[in-house]
Ligand binder design. Structure first.
Ligand code: HEC
Ligand code: HEC
Length: 89
């Protein structure tokens, strides 16, 4: 019985580590940043004043398949700023 419980504890720890590892590597450091240019300056301000979620609503006004298409194989598009950090490295 004691041994069975221990096994489950290790399993839970393993799952926790797997989730942490996944979250840790989710935004790759090489992901291009949101430039500080005339197209994006307003969003740098908006993120500061109202947060990322408020700014992300506008990204797809330009970044969509007709205007500025995403590169091939681009990951799921919600939460742009989770992966694309603001500004230059
Ligand atoms: C007014 C139109 C417009 C809006 C709105 C817009 N972008 Fe852009 N974005 C551009 C254009 C044009 C480029 C390509 C030229 C450049 O680098 O500015 C670009 C390029 C980028 C790049 C690539 C930069 C690089 O290094 O090549 C990223 C990342 C990006 N945008 C993210 C975002 C995010 C995130 C948002 C929402 C917060 C957003 N953009 C909103 C027009 C826009
Ligand atoms: C899960 C992470 C993730 C999310 C969410 C995400 N992207 Fe990306 N994006 C990437 C990766 C990875 C690349 C390819 C590597 C690179 O160029 O940064 C990329 C590439 C791009 C590029 C081309 C950059 C270049 O240099 O040519 C643009 C523009 C862009 N993303 C905009 C957006 C916008 C706008 C959103 C939200 C609607 C968004 N991304 C959401 C990860 C993400």
């Amino acid at each position: 019985m004691a041994i069975a419980l221990k096994k489950r504890d290790f399993l839970l720890i393993g799952v926790a580590i797997a989730i942490l590892a996944f979250l840790w590597q989710a935004p790759p450091e090489s992901t291009s940043r949101v430039p500080l240019d005339d197209n994006h300056r307003q969003f740098h301000d908006l993120v500061k004043s109202e947060g990322k979620k408020a700014a992300e609503k506008f990204c797809e006004e330009c970044h969509n398949k007709d205007d500025i298409p995403f590169p091939e194989g681009h990951p799921a598009k919600y939460r742009c700023l989770f992966c694309h950090k603001l500004g230059t490295p």
